[in-house]
Design a protein around this ligand. Sequence first.
Ligand code: NAD
Ligand code: 6OD
Length: 487
Amino acid sequence: MQPTLLNFIDGQSVVADSGRTFDRLSPADGSLVQRVSEAGAVEVAAAVAAAKSALHGSWGSMDVAARASLLHKLADALDRDTERLLRAEIADTGKPIALAQGLDIPRGAANFRVFIDMVKAAHEASYRSSTPDGRGALHYTLRRPKGVIAVICPWNLPFLNVTWKLGPALACGNTVVVKPSEETPTTATMLAQIARDVGIPDGVINVVHGYGPGSAGEFLTRHPDVSAITFTGETRTGTAIMKAAAEGTRPVSFELGGKNAGIVFADCDFDAAVDGIMRSAFLNSGQVCLGTERVYVERPIFDRFVAAMKSRAEAQVIGDPMDPATTFGPLISHEHRDKVLAYFDRARQQGATVVTGGGVPTMPPALAGGAWVQPTIWTGLDDAASVMREEIFGPCCNIAPFDSEDEVVLRANDTRYGLATTVWTQNLSRAHRIAERIEVGLVWINSWWLRDLRTPFGGSGLSGIGREGGEHSLDFYSETRSVCVKL
Ligand code: NAD
Ligand code: 6OD
């Protein structure tokens, strides 16, 4: 076992005063990965104080070019440290190495570079107006950092998510206190240490560990010196954080859950559609907010589509996350597996036909203690069934037939979530029509989770508040000041 993972405050590794720790267990085999020091109110206050002092000191007074140069050094260092980050992320999440190598870890450096370049290129507006005395006035805007940002992250894409928020927050000149998920505390802590090693001043990135209510998460979101909160996680947690943010009217940016629809028309490129829906349902063992749990397939290709999905699901290579051939890892924890398995039971009770999966796979003895479940496909669930209305966040989907465009749009929109939809058709007019009619923040046509980091990312309804990405991130992480000069 590794040494206890500590909080990182003002450039130092810090043991919580209380001496409290919690254990992080391997999702893949149930062994103890690491003991983690749980921050209390004292450590959270120290982290916020350090962030505030860096904001008003070295970091706040640094010009954009110097800040950008340090952040580029950080991005380069993350690239150099890929191997260590990769191992830590896999130990925490159990995700297959091919996935972490291809997606999670490379997104770290990319998330910094795109926002550094945007901030360097950002311009501020100016206006000339006339005045009664004829001398006129010049009005211009200044972008200023928002302040100390609380960054609260989930466990499904730990490094991708924390860098997605830190890239723009730091590029805009803010300082941060990060509360990674209690399930996946390691790579955020490594990031803060790497930042210190490349010369980012102490106090700019602080990391506190712990849970939500009555622990580091709540202490942080309630702290009066936190200027804004960026949160990715469950909708219910978003509600609790919003209540905390109301005190002091702090702004929030929320990327929350989804119950996303995939829509497959009979005129699609069949193999590409099967491939896309497979990825959207089962990537990261279904633990992706953008994942598809409701699949609608036009009736003429329904049976063929279900058969193709079944054989692809049964061909998943379930096994050791460190094996490059593995395509399907465990769920994050036994607790989460209990929740997912309860939905598997409920699906049967609500009338599902289990096309494949529905249980726990038999694993070799070395992996038997892990939180494994089978990739699972149902047909026959009614749109009104609770399994079709609540986010499961596991490797499962229901496939249902539909007969017309109007019908499928109504059914896809029949949810209080509004995050993402993936649509498969070769009829471009229809694709554009659907993109206008589906009530979500993200529509992918003949693709899924194909990203350009400059585009807005987020959802409506229960799926979030606001957008991050590109200039939307710059807007959230800065305060725009209007200056008027009488000439
Ligand atoms: P979660 O909401 O349980 O936890 C997320 C974080 O919030 C953790 O760090 C947790 O400790 C903290 N937290 C919990 N209660 C808190 C409180 N009262 N105050 C402050 N902090 C608190 O979410 P999770 O289980 O870690 O992640 C899965 C969820 O995240 C799913 O619903 C998924 O859809 C969502 N998610 C959404 C996106 C998106 O971009 N929309 C991305 C990833 C995950
Ligand atoms: O792609 C991204 O930038 C992003 N934030 C993805 C989040 C996925 C949710 O699970």
